[in-house]
Design a protein around this ligand. Structure first.
Ligand code: NAD
Ligand code: UDP
Length: 349
């Protein structure tokens, strides 16, 4: 048991709840703050069912400085994993102020509370959407940033803030410098193998995997495949899908790296978390049909605005510096997503 206490913001959400399981199983104590804006408390009951251990839960908003101050005074937090945020691209275009307030301002309040409590280790949920246009479909961390929607821009702004914060340490010669990992997720899918926790989107899903699952279970009639005329191997869009459990393991590796030699003098570094290979929409459908033995009816629809043809990670830096790489296969991702969907047809409701 390592006994360190980790604060997980947004810990009741899809990725956060999986992180809670892995953290508890690795011997960490876990404190969660979540306002339940996009999640249900039941996810944390399920975390307890899986691990036999409970997290300490604060129902609160990261923009509420008082709650954070109280939380940091009560718990000796070593590292914060910051998942809390709004994440729907389309909604962010309709409600930009809400997205910037929640994601950017929320992070500022969190950082102030961390600084006052002298908690300087942070693992931040960034996204591959921060990358800009590129000639290569395989993205490396040094590629230029250039997000194209308010959600992506909120993530890029937070990355800038965190880089500035870290850079200030070398000017002020801080004795306890910030140690920050920016984890750029590609496409997290799947669920814990128990089928007890998983992705529970509100309303009709925007993302491919929950949509396909809901078609397979009969909640939705058919999938629209957004474009079959891309310059890809079968004409449909290619993405780097990564199992959510692999993804959260990357966070535990990042915590270890922040405490290690590479971050001895502080720093702020970005790491891609992806499998390093792409799958097309039709390949996902085929894998789903094979694993579940169900048909996934689909129609070809026009391209979705803002979509790239192909996007996948160069994951070498995470392997080299975090000793992390994705291990699970596409069949694992599909089988686990399906187990969650079929055991919980109405999500946590
Ligand atoms: P999620 O919506 O399931 O989880 C986010 C959690 O944060 C929710 O439980 C929500 O209630 C909470 N939250 C939101 N605003 C809050 C606030 N102001 N105060 C307290 N809690 C708040 O989303 P997820 O898929 O688990 O994503 C987690 C993080 O990873 C997000 O920051 C997201 O932008 C990022 N990310 C997700 C993906 C993805 O495909 N799921 C990809 C890249 C990056
Ligand atoms: N996609 C699709 N139909 C859907 C949802 C998504 O064909 O109902 C495609 C989309 O065009 C992209 C891929 O599936 O090529 C992954 O989309 P998702 O929204 O899951 O992730 P993102 O676009 O954010 O990478």
């Amino acid at each position: 048991m390592n006994g360190q206490t980790i604060l997980v913001t947004g810990g009741a959400g899809y990725i956060g709840s999986h992180a809670c399981v892995e953290l508890l199983e690795a011997g960490f104590n876990v404190v969660v703050i979540d306002n339940l804006a996009n999640s249900k408390i039941e996810s944390l009951n399920r975390v307890r069912q899986i691990t036999g251990q409970a997290v300490t839960f604060y129902q609160g908003d990261i923009r509420d400085k008082q709650v954070l101050t109280e939380l940091f005074s009560k718990h000796e937090i070593s590292t914060v994993i910051h998942f809390a945020g709004l994440k729907a691209v389309g909604e962010s275009c309709e409600q930009p102020l809400n997205y910037y307030h929640n994601n950017v301002y929320g992070t500022l309040v969190l950082l102030e509370a961390m600084r006052e409590a002298n908690v300087k280790q942070l693992v931040f949920s960034s996204s591959a959407t921060v990358y800009g246009e590129s000639d290569s479909a395989q993205y490396s961390e040094h590629f230029p940033l250039g997000p194209i929607n308010p959600y992506g821009r909120s993530k890029a702004m937070i990355e800038d803030i965190l880089r500035d914060l870290s850079a200030a340490d070398s000017i002020t010669k801080s004795a306890s410098p910030w140690k920050i990992a920016l984890l750029r997720y590609f496409n997290p899918i799947g669920a814990h193998e128990s089928g007890l926790i998983g992705e529970d989107p509100n309303g009709i899903p925007n993302n491919l995997m929950p949509y396909v699952s809901q078609v397979a279970i009969g909640k939705l009639a058919q999938l629209s495949v957004f474009g079959d005329d891309y310059p890809t191997r079968d004409g449909t869009g290619i993405r780097d899908y990564i199992h959510v459990v692999d993804l959260v393991k990357g966070h535990i590796k990042a915590i270890a790296a922040l405490a290690g030699e590479g971050f001895r003098h502080g720093g702020c570094k970005a790491y891609n978390l992806g499998a390093g290979r792409g799958c097309s929409v039709l390949e996902i459908i085929n894998a789903f049909e094979k694993v579940t033995d169900r048909k996934v009816p689909y129609q070809i629809a026009p391209r979705r605005a803002g979509d790239l043809a192909e996007c996948y990670a160069n994951p070498e830096l995470a392997l080299k510096e975090l000793q992390w790489q994705a291990e699970k296969t596409l069949d694992d991702m599909v089988a686990d997503a399906w187990r969650w969907q079929s055991k919980n047809p109405a999500g946590y409701a």
